[in-house]
Design a protein around this ligand. Structure first.
Ligand code: G6P
Length: 612
């Protein structure tokens, strides 16, 4: 939530900042702004709306200088207006400071009252502006911006990723992190600072992730990191492991469709080097728990949010089925504040694409505080959750930019299927049964490619669905989480009301909603409970409800009952979710397109939710 980019070096800063903001726009798109230092002159531009509006503004009135900071906002305090856009300014003339901020300052009201009592006039309704005034007051007419920022930080309660500049310190950016991500890019004669590596990747592959409590000072030639308790830090330098083009749109109309179409490859990449046919199992390098320790685990808790929560629920069904191990799936935002009884044999697993979701991070920290072993499934390498968990599994899905998660979901479900086999095989799952799952996973990428061939049928179904006001998504067993995910995709990008239900629950309420205008989408590939699902579809048809179904190709019974039948290849039940979700992603995409929605930037949402 909110994206920050800073640059200091031999090039003009503003084109680099604007290009970086475009890459971070998925983090928020309520307003955008930048401040540059042209020698000792500070130039500030900010606009409500998308980065495009800021670009037009800067094109009309250039913001010169080789050092600058910038921000794209997801509004928390105060609506999306020009004055609430970042950067926020403290001080006057040459003593000014400009601040951009990601996070929430929880004690801002008290700080603001104190500053107003001193006669300081506020120009915005944001929590951030207090930081600018506090730093300006500390800086005074000195040139020690680094020291001024360090003296202000203890006064702030809440979370922040910050970047600060001042005309008193030409060429210098000071950054600070507590709870909101910041990464430093290390170039030749230039340094960058950003909320995530995608804004840095076009310039350098060498990065240093800041840790909570760290403050960084960047100049074109140098960078220093200090921790508020440990003092000077020797940073760990990581390499970005994907090509910058991976975050480009290419010939695609939207990131969402690009990422949907990447899924054969991303599932393949998630499996790469992990499947062991000779042992009928899967292995993971980073679990940091021996088979003996894993065998002692008596219960698994998954904590996650949004789409990752749906992947976790799929994981529950898979692990119970293949490993007979009790699993509970928790909303991370609930788990972190509940008094959930965990015993010594409980393993806490958090799942997060970004590795930065505040509630999921909170759940991880709570479990660690109680002394439980923690593991994480993350996509973003070096993210906070990936670093803080005791061990984990990366998805290797490459950058996911579309706010509605797609390829991360299938990569998560792939990893969870492998995890279920792994846990099963160190318990009682036989070699032939493990091998069947391994072989099915190997075959899945090819089958995913086949699903794309039915896109014309999906578009026809989308034309019907786009006219509806509301829709129900239903599935049994492993397909219940898929139904939930289908409903979430539709509501988040097309603003059409949708609910996901276990099919059997239909009779306990949702059936009352069925009428000729309310489509039901059944996730119903052939499986052990298929006959029961067909019976439920009959019940919907008897009430003249339109039916869209996702089923196994050649399933005449389902076809006969469906107004729109979307066939997927026949595969073993445990891997069916990986195929069944794809028509639902495409359905949501085409409904949103037909309804003229802003697919990659749905209203009110952001990809990386770093506030509670
Ligand atoms: C936001 C995004 C969702 C995502 C959820 C959890 O709500 O819009 O797409 O599923 O956060 O994100 P995470 O990065 O933790 O998986």
């Amino acid at each position: 939530m909110c994206g920050i980019v800073g640059y200091t070096g031999r090039h003009e800063a503003s084109p680099i900042l604007l290009a970086g903001l475009r890459r971070l726009e998925y983090r928020g798109y309520d307003s955008a702004g930048l401040a540059t230092l042209d020698g000792r002159r500070m130039v500030v531009r900010k606009k409500a709306g998308r980065v495009r509006a800021l670009e037009e503004n800067v094109a009309a009135e250039p913001a010169k200088g080789g050092c600058g900071i910038s921000h794209t906002r997801w509004a928390t305090h105060g609506p999306a207006t020009d004055s609430n856009a970042h950067p926020h300014i403290g001080g006057e003339g040459p003593d000014q400071v400009a601040v951009v901020h990601n996070g929430v300052i929880e004690n801002y009201a008290a700080l603001r009252r104190g500053l107003e009592a001193e006669g300081i006039v506020f120009r915005s309704q944001t929590d951030t502006e207090v930081i600018a005034h506090l730093i300006a007051r500390e800086l005074g007419d000195s040139s020690d911006l680094f020291g001024a920022v360090q003296r202000v930080l203890p006064k702030l309660e809440g979370t922040y990723g910050l970047a600060v500049i001042s005309p008193r310190c030409p060429g210098e950016i000071v950054g600070a992190r507590l709870g909101s991500p910041l990464v430093v890019g290390l170039g030749e004669g230039e340094h960058l600072l950003a909320s995530d590596p995608s804004a840095i990747a076009p310039h350098t592959q060498r990065v240093a992730f800041l840790q909570d409590g760290e403050v960084v000072r960047l100049t074109p030639e140098d960078f220093q990191i200090f921790h508020r308790e440990a003092g000077s830090i020797t940073p760990r330098i990581d390499r970005i492991d994907w090509h910058p083009d991976a975050a480009e749109l290419g010939n695609n109309a939207h990131y969402m469709i690009k990422e949907i179409k990447e899924q054969a490859n991303t599932v393949r990449d998630a499996c790469r080097g992990r499947l062991r046919k000779s042992e009928g199992t899967a292995h993971f390098g980073g679990l940091n728990l021996s088979p003996r320790k894993l065998r002692q685990v008596k219960r698994v808790i998954f904590a996650a949010c949004g789409t990752s929560w749906h992947a976790a629920l799929t994981g529950e069904y898979l692990i119970e089925r293949l490993a007979h191990l009790p699993v509970e799936v928790e909303y991370a935002g609930e788990f972190r504040y509940r008094n959930a009884p965990l015993d010594n044999s409980t393993l806490v697993f958090v799942i997060s694409q970004s590795g930065e979701t505040a509630d999921t991070l909170g759940a991880l920290r709570e479990a660690k505080r109680q002394g439980h072993p923690t593991l994480a499934i993350c996509n973003v390498v070096g993210s906070t959750i990936a670093r803080e968990a005791d061990g984990g599994i990366y998805l290797h899905a490459g950058p996911e930019i579309g706010v509605a998660s797609t390829k991360a979901f299938t990569a998560q479900v792939t990893v969870l299927t492998m995890l279920a086999v792994h846990l099963g095989r160190i318990r009682h799952l036989s070699f032939p049964d493990g091998l069947k799952v391994v072989e099915a996973l190997e075959a899945i990428p090819e089958k995913i490619e086949e699903v794309f061939k039915i896109e014309p049928l999906i578009i026809k179904a989308a034309e019907k669905l786009a006219e509806a006001k509301s829709a129900l998504f239903m599935g049994r067993d492993l397909h219940f989480p898929v139904a939930l995910e289908g409903a979430l995709k539709l509501k988040e990008i097309s603003y059409l009301h949708a609910e996901g239900y276990p099919t059997a629950e239909m009779k306990h309420g949702p059936l009352a909603l069925i009428d000729p205008e309310t489509p039901s989408i059944f996730v119903a590939p052939r499986g052990s409970l298929h006959a029961k699902t067909l019976g439920n579809i009959e019940e919907v048809r008897a009430r003249r409800g339109p039916v869209i179904s996702i089923g196994t190709e050649g399933d005449q019974d389902l076809m006969r009952l469906s107004d729109y039948f979307l066939p997927i290849p026949d595969m073993p039940e445990v891997v069916q979710p990986l195929l069944a979700v794809i028509p639902l992603q495409l359905l949501a995409y085409h409904v949103a397109r037909l309804r003229g929605c802003d697919i990659d930037k749905p209203r009110n949402l952001a990809k990386s939710v770093t506030v509670e």
